[in-house]
Design a protein around this ligand. Structure first.
Ligand SMILES: *[C@@H]1O[C@H](CO)[C@@H](O)[C@H](O)[C@H]1NC(C)=O
Length: 308
């Protein structure tokens, strides 16, 4: 009897245990935020104490959980000031994308590390049980897991790719898995395979010789005692992937990489009346065309808007 009571009470403690989780999605991009925020909200609703670091503000945090926002203020304004739009990058060679991504992502990482609101959190002596970070050319941010002495969980918003695979030893043969920056389909021609292989080599050289040293330097500026990035970078406990084998190419995944694609989708709501009437009334059906969350119609060149 004594043991039953003991087991009963100890299981109560287990049931009510809540973890403190830090979620960092620093990209000023709505589609990335939607994923990070769905995860953060879900964890809070499950009873955990969640701190979400992002440029966006959750105006309607879950009521039955602890959800705190640390807002990277100013990031969205900087984004609006950018002269480059996705349309300018459309025809850009993927080889030129590498230096562009180095520059843009280094600046974002630096601004995140220096942000007064993040600095305040770093100095707060708070404790976290897990640190979830979006993996998007921001490797220096992994130092947050080291700083808070918590296991590192990575979230790849574009599935398994060359930025994350080497960090957990996941194979990705260029012979049949196209790089995310090349717009190839899995059934590549011989020429495309050759370019894919060359691109894999060049982009890995770029990471090792240019990108990582810069990230390491900015990390050391803020955390002089931290181990080298070449150690912190290879210490993820779990990698969550925004992909799913039902809609993406079947690729090898090591056991700590988990496909969670689709987890953020909410049950559908009724359409507003005008849209519903329009769709129901369309005799030949309706083609729904979405340009995602990063493209503003105002940025679209005029000749692209004009129908043929
Ligand atoms: C690597 O992760 C483990 C598990 O979270 C942790 O115990 C260890 O301290 C980490 N190593 C470094 C160098 O941060």
């Amino acid at each position: 009897m004594k043991y039953t009571v003991f087991i009963f009470f100890s299981s109560l403690i287990w049931i009510t245990s809540c973890s403190r989780i830090l979620v960092v999605f620093h990209m000023p991009s709505t589609s990335h935020y939607i994923l990070g925020n769905a995860l953060a909200r879900g964890l809070a609703e499950a009873g955990h104490d969640v701190t979400m670091v992002s440029p966006f503000e959750e105006k309607n945090p879950p009521k039955n959980g602890k959800y705190r926002n640390v807002i990277l203020t100013g990031f969205l304004d900087d984004m609006d000031k950018q002269d480059m739009s996705v349309f300018d990058m459309e025809g850009m060679s993927p080889f030129l994308m590498l230096p562009f991504l180095n520059f843009y992502c280094n600046e974002l990482t630096q601004n995140t590390l220096e942000h007064p609101n993040l600095q305040k959190l770093l100095k707060s002596n708070e404790h976290f049980d897990a640190v979830v970070i979006e993996q998007f050319n921001n490797d220096a941010l992994k130092v947050l897991a080291y700083h808070f002495k918590a296991p590192l969980i990575l979230f790849s918003t574009i599935g398994a790719n060359s930025w994350i695979n080497p960090l957990v030893g996941n194979p990705s043969p260029p012979s049949y898995i196209p790089d995310a920056l090349l717009s190839y389909r899995p059934d590549m021609t011989f020429h495309q395979r050759l370019v894919n292989w060359l691109f894999t080599v060049v982009s890995e050289l770029n990471r090792q010789l240019l990108f990582f040293p810069t990230q390491n330097k900015m990390m050391k500026e803020h955390f002089p005692d931290a181990p080298d990035l070449s150690i912190l970078n290879y210490n993820a406990s779990i990698v969550l992937l925004n992909s799913h084998e039902s809609i993406n190419q079947a690729v090898p995944l090591v056991p700590n990489m988990i496909d969670v694609g689709g987890f953020h989708v909410n049950p559908p709501k009724e359409l507003p009346k005008d849209l519903k009437d329009y769709m129901d009334g369309a005799k030949e059906g309706v083609v729904y065309f979405s340009m995602g969350s990063n493209i503003k119609p105002s940025m679209m060149p005029k000749e692209k808007k004009t129908p043929y």
